[in-house]
Write a new protein. Sequence first.
Length: 304
Amino acid sequence: MKRIWHIAVGVVLLLLLIINTIIFGAPVIILSLLKLIPQKAWQNTVGKMLMFLATSWMTINNKVSLCLLPTKYIVSGYQDFSMCRSYLILSNHQSWLDIVVLQQVFLNKIPFAKFFMKKELIYVPIIGIACWALDFPLMKRYSKHYLKKHPEKKGKDLLETRRACQRFKNRHVSVVNFVEGTRFTPQKHLKGGKQFKHLLQPKAGGVALALDVLGDKIKGVLNVTIVYPENFPSFWDFLCGVINEVHIHIELIEPEDIPYQGYYQDDAAKTRFQAWINALWQQNDVMMNKILEDKSLNINNTKQ
């Protein structure tokens, strides 16, 4: 009976989210097409309208889920956020639900969070043009194999990504980077070795690229650790209301304290930054372990 109830809640909430998406989706697509008109003042105006729609859409989604679901968001650490600062958010990645969690924590507290995306996604119908219109930074990355055949392309990916971020020059922005580059699974964890207990090996290049192309625009780096005590929940689990708690620990890191300069020009600088990101991830791994152990201890004490 309980399972049937959870499925019913999931179906109802999914329908509400679809209805909300349809209501906001139509004007977003229309405005996205209108933004193709190559007039800067016009594009800036349309961009503000699109950002208002995207924020409103996510705000309604957040409020609906908070009203209908039992999920508690337990936030610890730094919380002195500002809409008047630009942030780079570094986070672990376990589920597509992570995006929902980040929006629950940061929406309307910092500038609307955007994600670095592969440039190829611009060609995905509807999603591609919407992300372009909402100014999601698009990255063009060349593999080592490709650069061996086309050495003239070396450095072009950095240049193109830097150019894509120029639109953030005169406004505040928040950009999310999932440092591991992929979602955590036990299989990936086993394949990548056991340097970390709860995390995958961090990808230093993506973080260095984000810091390099955004430069002085970033006034704070938010190191975010997301912990699900129920282990590896899916978005459907969330909709069904079977996730009771999500723990989010946040640490503010000043950009000047991060040794990312010269990552793409000097091997010693690259090694230094890789050591820094590994140490940060080790710290986050310890934090995750502490949260999970404390939660397990509380459960055992309650049973007794």
